[in-house]
Structures are given as structure tokens and as C-alpha cells.
Design a protein around this ligand. Structure first.
Ligand code: FAD
Ligand code: NAD
Length: 538
């Protein structure tokens, strides 16, 4: 019998891990407005009783889902290949082999998608869809065993793998990655009687406080710096104890980061500590695991009949700033399974004087979240009491601040909670872009009651002449005199009037997938180029 896979033990709260997304139930139904097809993947309608929640229930039923009565075996490649039929389908994911036959009918991507990996290694295929999906957690009751270790590989191949795992000395990492990635970052440290300073030399100019996340949890001290599309990680078990709080500073013009730690005792440290997993590695961001820390729910207030403003507090030993236009993943354990969904942080209000800044410092993250009564994640989130915890990942997203930096006209097309990424983009544009002449938001909702922060938006439009907002309702009451319907060529061509013929324009779009897809098509038909459009997706 083999020991249980490391995935379970690795999955302590706040540890880096790949999570089960929440391919939601039979969601979305064929006509559901919630149809989300991120990454070009389409979800199939699932049969009654085959939702993700039903699957979780089945895994808890004690039924033997592997056919091996709880035994774990070592699986050779030859053996794996044999299990390639729908009713006998094994798939290898990250070195572990699962019998996915019982799961077939519950998979939101459909049987066909699963069968593409039948009898083979499906890791890449699964990662292409949603890299944060925790199939390990979802399929743990289907675990057949571990892949048998292959005979020794040729020397070159082994070395390449080690580089990817960040195990080689710095110089070798540099040589390999410099060809495609940013020039190799490095770090150093020094100390005084009371302080230890870790200095990261990124050799990039566009580094800011949002590029760095620092966490001190248990024995692990972790600094992740995002440099272009790469992640540079310092991961150390510190040699001595430090105080809870630390400071992070960036010298932007040289890309130098300084993290100043306060020693608990004023002894001289002989070393910074011992290297932990992936220490001093530079990896493509897409190949790194999401890292979580537990955050405390501080407040929850109604914004509309179904949307709430949640604020959570980061632990004192975390530095994390979510960059404009990026999202994070929230993780909760629901019925024993880790469930993860993406959410886009907002500011606590649009108009500062509209609300007293009760929680003024950077330790708080705000979310506008719509609660779907029949949803999987949001009802659980809504059940959290003030003081309860939710895990929050590092930020992700393709939006780059450079896209708005020299903007003259900014057009925002938002539908429902697709408004959330617009909040920070709007604020950044109005406060940090000197070239900006106008910002227009066209906000699509079903009814007036669904409009998030309507009075704040109207107030902002009165306060700042550069900003204008238009509400469009898809299910208006008869007395509604404003615009109505879904996104359309007529609405867009009237809305997208530039302030000058040659204005530098950016159009941001976010909402339910059909809304975003139709909008993108219409924008291309109106001859806007790819560089002039940003769509927010997962
Ligand atoms: P789900 O279980 O996904 O269900 C959602 C809806 O679909 C419910 O109405 C449910 O009743 C319905 N449904 C479920 N099953 C079926 C079925 N079989 N047939 C028909 N309908 C069905 N949301 C926010 O509120 N705020 C944000 O800031 C935010 N940011 C996001 C950022 C990104 C990058 C992305 C991709 C999404 C974001 N979302 C945001 C959406 C969020 O991630 C979730 O999708 C949303 O909260 C719903 O999750 P849920 O598990 O509660 O509902
Ligand atoms: P909703 O159902 O309340 O619909 C809001 C508006 O979207 C409607 O009034 C309509 O104008 C438009 N719309 C809906 N279905 C449409 C369709 N089939 N065709 C054309 N237009 C349509 O919206 P909601 O429940 O608030 O959902 C918001 C969506 O935004 C969710 O799917 C969520 O995942 C997505 N979202 C994405 C991000 C991101 O960054 N990618 C961020 C936040 C929200």
C-alpha cells in the first residue's frame, strides 16, 4: 500500500496549492446568463442531480469510487494506458492517478473533455482550462495511486527539470531563463543589531508595491515578485525569530525592493535561514501555484438587494496590494471540499467623502459580491460571520496599468458585477492620468434595483466633469425613460464618441460571457483595434 499523496498534507490553510475551481454544478444552464466560458472552454449542461454539490455528496457517501477498496497502487505507464474507456477511465494529474469514471457525469466540461486525457497524463490539459482548479481535492476519493517512478532520464533532461523546479544555483537559473524571461533577478541581505534587510534586485523599472507579496507564516518566509510574466520567489525558513510586522519599500527607478524585518532578539544572524521549496527561482507565472493566506472578515454591508460589500483584513505578517484591474481567488471549504472562485477587489467607495474611511490602511481588501441563492460559493461566503476567515490568493490578471497610462478617452462597458474591475480603473484614470480628457461608463443591469453604487456614480459625475455615466436596463419598468435592451450596435456607436478624432482610446468591457463576447464583436465591427480594447475574463 502506498502512502497517501502529499496533496492532502500540503493543503494546510494558507499554503501554496492548486485548488478546485468551481466548475459550478450543472452551471450554467443552456440559457443561463451566467454562462462562463473562460479560456475558450465551454461548459455543458449537466443532468439533474449531477451538480458539483451532488458530486461532493457522493464522495462523502463512503462508496468505493476507485474499485480498489481504498488500496493505493503504483501505476506504470503501460497500466495507465489500458484504462482509456468511459467506464474504465484513469487519468494522471500531477503524478497521481485517478479513476475518473464515476466523476464523468459531474464534470462541467463534459465527458468528451475528460476523455481527451483518458489513459494518459492530463496535467497540461487540466491546467489549460483553469490552473487554480484543485482536482486533487475534488477527486481525492477516486485516487488510484501514484505513477511509478520512471528509470533515470538522460542528464540534459534532468537538468532542465531542476531549473524549472528552481533547484539549481542562481547562475544556472539565470543562464537558462535569460533567453526568454526578464534578466535574472537576485537578492542579498544585511543586518544591524535590531533589523534584517532583504534586498531584491529585479533589474526592472516597472516594479511597484503591487508587484510584491510577502508572507511570513509559521516557518516560511516568502517574497514573491512579479516581473513581467515571471514570478521570482524567495522562500526561506528564517534562522531566527522576527516580529510580526515588517516594511516593504521599492526604489522604482532601479527596481530595487527592500524588506525590513525586526529581529525579536538582537543577536547576530550567521545566515538568513534555510532555503525552502522553489527558493531563488524565476518561473513563468502560469507555472506557479496560487498562494493563500487566511484573512478575517471585518465587515459586510448591503449595497443592493443581492450584492454586498465585504471587507477582509490581511494578516499582520502579509504584504499584498492588488494591482488595478487584477483579481484574486477566494477559497472556502464547503462540505469538506476546497472551493475557489475569482473576485475583483474594489475600493471601499467611489467618492471618498461619500463614506468615512473607517479602515484607512492597506491591510484591508474590499469586494462587491453578488449572492446567488442557488450558487455554490456565494451563499457560503454570505454565511461567514464577522471575525471568520476566508483564504485569499495572490493577485492575477492580464490588465496592465501601462494600457491606460497615456489615455485620453476611456470607455467602460460593464454589466452586473462586471462593474467591479471598473472601480479601480476608473479611480486610477481620474487621479493618475494627466492626459485623460474623458471617462464614460455604460452600465448594463436588469432593473434599477440591481445598479451597484448608483448614487455614488451620479455624484462622481457631478463632481468630476470628465466623468459621465449612462445606465441601460434589460428589464426596465414601464416608467423607465433611460436606455434599454442588451448591448447593441446602436447603443455602442452613440456611446463611443471620442473627444477628438485622434484621441488615444481604451475600451474596457466586463460582464456575463455572452455580454462580453457580443460587445467584443461589436467593437471589432466598429473598427477598434485589439490594443484599444481590454476584456476582463478569468
Ligand atoms: P454558481 O454556483 O457559479 O452559480 C451562479 C448562478 O448560476 C446562480 O444563479 C445559480 O443559481 C446559477 N446556476 C447554477 N447552476 C445552474 C444550472 N444548472 N442551470 C442554470 N443556472 C444555474 N462576482 C462578483 O460578485 N464580484 C466580483 O468581484 C467578481 N469578480 C470576478 C472576477 C473574475 C475574473 C471572474 C471570472 C468572475 C468574477 N465574479 C465576480 C464571479 C464569481 O467568480 C462567481 O462566478 C460568482 O460569485 C458565482 O459563484 P457561485 O459559486 O455563488 O455561483
Ligand atoms: P446579470 O445577470 O444581472 O446581467 C447584467 C446585464 O448583463 C444584463 O442586464 C444584460 O444587459 C447583460 N446580459 C446578461 N445576459 C446577457 C446575454 N445573454 N446577452 C447580452 N447581454 C447580457 O449579471 P450578473 O449576475 O451580475 O453577472 C455578472 C457577470 O460578470 C458574471 O458572469 C461574472 O462572472 C462576471 N464578472 C467577471 C469579472 C471578470 O473580471 N472577468 C468580474 C466580475 C464579474
Amino acid at each position: 500500500m502506498l502512502p497517501l499523496p502529499a496533496v492532502d498534507s500540503r493543503r494546510g490553510a494558507g499554503q501554496g496549492s492548486r485548488m478546485l475551481n468551481v466548475p459550478s454544478q450543472s452551471f450554467p444552464g443552456p440559457s443561463s446568463q451566467q454562462r462562463v466560458a473562460s479560456g475558450g472552454r465551454s461548459k455543458v449542461p449537466l443532468k439533474q442531480g449531477r451538480s458539483l454539490m451532488d458530486w461532493i455528496r457522493l464522495t462523502k457517501s463512503g462508496k468505493d469510487l476507485t474499485g480498489l477498496k481504498g488500496r493505493l497502487i503504483e501505476v506504470t505507464e503501460e497500466e495507465l494506458k489500458k484504462h482509456n474507456k468511459k467506464d474504465d477511465c484513469w487519468i494522471c494529474i500531477r503524478g497521481f492517478v485517478y479513476n475518473v469514471s464515476p466523476y464523468m457525469e459531474y464534470h462541467p466540461g463534459g465527458e468528451e473533455e475528460l476523455m481527451r486525457a483518458a489513459g494518459s497524463d492530463g496535467t497540461d490539459l487540466f491546467d489549460q482550462v483553469h490552473r487554480w482548479v484543485n482536482y486533487e481535492s475534488m477527486l481525492k476519493e477516486c485516487l488510484v495511486g501514484r505513477m511509478a517512478i520512471k528509470p533515470a532520464l538522460p542528464k540534459d533532461y534532468r537538468e532542465e527539470k531542476k531549473v524549472l523546479n528552481g533547484m539549481l544555483p542562481k547562475s544556472q537559473v539565470t543562464d537558462t531563463l535569460a533567453r526568454e524571461g526578464p534578466s535574472s533577478p537576485s537578492y542579498d541581505w544585511f543586518q544591524t543589531d535590531s533589523l534584517v534587510t532583504i534586498v531584491v534586485y529585479t533589474k526592472q523599472k516597472d516594479i511597484n508595491l503591487g508587484s510584491i507579496t510577502v508572507d511570513h507564516q509559521g516557518d516560511s518566509f516568502r517574497v514573491e515578485t512579479i516581473i513581467k510574466d515571471y514570478s521570482y520567489l524567495i522562500h526561506i525558513g528564517l534562522s531566527h525569530e522576527i516580529q510580526e510586522d515588517f516594511s516593504v519599500q521599492v526604489v522604482e527607478n532601479v527596481g530595487k525592493i527592500e524588506i525590513v524585518l525586526k529581529k525579536k532578539e538582537s543577536t547576530t544572524w550567521k545566515s538568513l535561514g534555510c532555503p525552502l521549496e522553489n527558493h531563488n527561482s524565476l518561473l513563468p507565472k502560469k507555472d506557479t501555484d496560487l498562494y493563500y493566506r487566511k484573512c478575517q472578515l471585518i465587515s459586510k454591508e448591503d449595497v443592493t438587494h443581492d450584492t454586498k460589500l465585504f471587507s477582509v483584513m490581511l494578516p499582520p505578517s502579509t504584504h499584498l496590494q492588488v494591482p488595478v484591474g487584477q483579481h484574486v481567488y477566494l477559497k472556502l471549504t464547503i462540505a469538506g471540499t476546497e472551493i475557489v472562485k475569482p473576485y475583483t477587489p474594489v475600493s471601499d467607495s467611489l467618492v471618498p467623502e461619500f463614506k468615512e474611511p473607517v479602515l484607512p490602511n492597506s491591510k484591508y481588501i474590499y469586494f462587491l459580491i453578488k449572492i446567488y441563492p442557488a450558487g455554490l460559493f456565494t451563499p457560503e461566503l454570505d454565511l461567514l460571520q464577522i471575525g471568520d476567515y476566508v483564504s485569499v490568493s495572490n493577485p492575477e490578471g492580464s490588465f496592465k496599468i501601462s494600457q491606460v497610462q497615456e489615455m485620453e478617452d476611456l470607455f467602460l462597458l460593464a454589466a452586473g458585477t462586471g462593474f467591479t474591475p471598473m472601480v479601480k480603473v476608473l479611480h486610477y484614470a481620474l487621479t493618475d492620468i494627466p492626459s485623460l480628457r474623458k471617462v464614460k461608463l455604460m452600465f448594463f443591469n436588469k432593473t434599477e434595483d440591481d445598479i451597484i453604487w448608483r448614487s455614488q456614480l451620479e455624484k462622481l459625475a457631478l463632481k468630476d466633469k470628465r466623468f459621465d455615466v449612462e445606465f441601460v436596463l434589460s428589464a426596465p419598468p414601464s416608467e423607465w425613460s433611460g436606455k434599454q435592451g442588451y448591448i447593441s450596435p446602436a447603443l455602442l456607436s452613440e456611446f463611443l464618441k471620442k473627444s477628438l478624432e485622434k484621441s488615444k482610446v481604451l475600451i474596457c468591457i466586463c460582464g456575463p460571457t455572452p455580454f462580453t463576447e457580443q460587445g467584443m464583436k461589436l467593437l471589432h465591427d466598429l473598427n477598434f483595434s485589439k490594443d484599444e480594447i481590454h476584456s476582463f475574463t478569468a
